[in-house]
Design a protein around this ligand. Structure first.
Ligand code: NAG
Ligand code: NAG
Ligand code: ZN
Length: 418
């Protein structure tokens, strides 16, 4: 009796130990996969991005170089739309991607081209404060990096929703400055929602600001300096500006766009609506005349595109930075001097990669658990036992093995038998 109980006890302990080691293995796998998918993958992917080289610096020109990062359409979910888990997950992804990018790439200035929030167009002041707080945590940055933000239609509403109140509360958080000049590079940040052209208060104010900036830029041109109109005001360094806005300049459609992250082929040729998908022709023309930009960057479409406007002005549409809007979000890295610039694109990890890793890991864990409880092992065990136990079938195969493998031996055997 004592012996039996002792043996049973031993078996229990062994079972417990096996359970515990299984649990530990599972915990280790889950931890490793989480760490990889939620943390390291951002480092592995973003580490591979690098700042584009300028052609002029290769020739030894000593101009100060500005490293700028451009992203768009982060669409932080508000209180009304989207499941809380969706919100949590997207925000974690963007925070990791942004923080990892700052860590490896060290940009000097970061521009977000509108639609920072998804529900700024209708959120209550309480919800707005909450959204802003989360934004500031996600996009925190050291003080030597500057973060500049352009308003989008989801931040202050489409033109018909836009109110003095919404514009003011946006500009209280993100400075209302329109002209930003650093290291000889001029950026003009346009509130493109206010370019409706219907003479509304906010619209006429926005246009007046643009004309003033245009005047300043014209005065900074050497040939105009000294003319009566410019006075002795502080001149900007002369350099054609980079235009930053939420709505793209007018284009018929995305039909000519190409690349991995352009709009899907079936959507590309759908014509754009002026003042809704893109700026009106009129407003686009005015911006090009007034500001004479050398480069335009915009958001809003959530897809990538490169367009060449009249006068050879290139425009780059920056895809959305959120996995909620696409599988392959990205941001643009720009090396700029007052005369030259070079851009490159840095992709974030693909959402598919992360999901596949999770599914693979879940499958592996399932196999481990099943194997532990021997649910899975039984077919294998069955096969194994079949080979070991001399049942009639296996005996047949075993007998085959005993037969001589060479034909002449067969013949010999036959003759001896005869
Ligand atoms: C600045 O110069 C451009 C190009 O010559 C011109 O189209 C624009 O109207 C000028 N801006 C102002 C405010 O005069
Ligand atoms: C595409 O490019 C062609 C040739 O440059 C041009 O004629 C056409 O208008 C463009 N289409 C769109 C939709 O931009
Ligand atoms: Zn938008």
């Amino acid at each position: 009796m004592v012996l039996i109980r002792w043996v049973l006890g031993r078996q229990d302990i062994r079972l417990l130990q096996r359970r515990r080691s299984l649990l530990l293995t599972l915990a280790a796998i889950v931890f490793a996969v989480l760490l990889f998918c939620e943390f390291f993958i951002y480092h592995i992917v973003i580490f591979q991005c690098s700042w584009p080289e300028l052609k002029t610096t290769a020739h030894g020109a000593q101009e100060p170089l500005l490293k700028a990062m451009f992203l768009a359409d982060t669409h932080l979910l508000g209180e009304r739309r989207g499941h809380w888990l969706d919100k949590l997950r997207r925000e974690w992804q963007m925070e990791r991607a942004f923080q990892t990018a700052l860590w490896w790439l060290q940009p000097e200035v970061i521009f977000i081209l509108g639609d920072i929030f998804d529900e700024g167009k209708w959120s209550s002041s309480q919800a707005w404060a909450d959204d802003v707080q989360r934004f500031q945590k996600m996009f925190r940055h050291p003080s030597h990096m500057q973060l500049k933000v352009v308003a989008g239609n989801h931040d202050i509403g489409f033109h018909y929703q836009m109110s003095e109140y919404r514009v003011k509360r946006f500009e209280k958080v993100f400075s209302p400055e329109r002209l930003f000049s650093w290291k000889g590079v001029n950026f003009v940040m346009v509130n493109s929602v206010a370019l409706e052209g219907d003479g509304c208060d906010i619209c006429s104010q926005a246009e007046a600001e643009l004309v003033e900036i245009s005047h300043k830029l014209n005065c900074s041109r050497e040939q105009v300096q000294g003319s009566d109109q410019c006075g002795d005001g502080q001149w900007l360094p002369w350099s054609a500006p980079v235009l930053l806005q939420h709505y793209p300049l007018y284009r018929i459609s995305d039909a000519n766009c190409s690349g991995d992250d352009a709009a899907p082929p079936e959507e590309r040729s759908i014509p754009f609506e002026e003042r809704y998908d893109v700026l009106s022709r009129e407003a686009s023309q005015k911006l090009l005349w007034w500001l004479q930009p050398r480069l335009v960057l915009s958001g809003h479409t959530h897809s990538a595109c490169e367009v060449l406007h009249a006068g050879g002005v290139p425009e780059i549409s920056i895809p959305s930075f959120s996995w909620r809007n696409r599988n392959n979000p990205s941001f643009i890295m720009g090396s700029l001097t007052s005369r030259d610039y070079a851009l490159s694109k840095c992709y974030l990890p693909f959402e598919d990669t992360v999901l596949t890793t999770y599914c693979g890991a879940a499958g592996f864990v399932l196999v481990l658990v099943l194997a532990h409880f021997e649910c899975l092992a039984s077919p294998f065990l069955f096969g194994w036992n079949l080979l070991r136990m001399p049942t009639p079938t296996t005996r047949f195969f075993l007998d085959l093995r005993e037969l001589p493998s060479k034909p002449w031996q067969w013949a010999e055997q036959e003759t001896t038998a005869a």
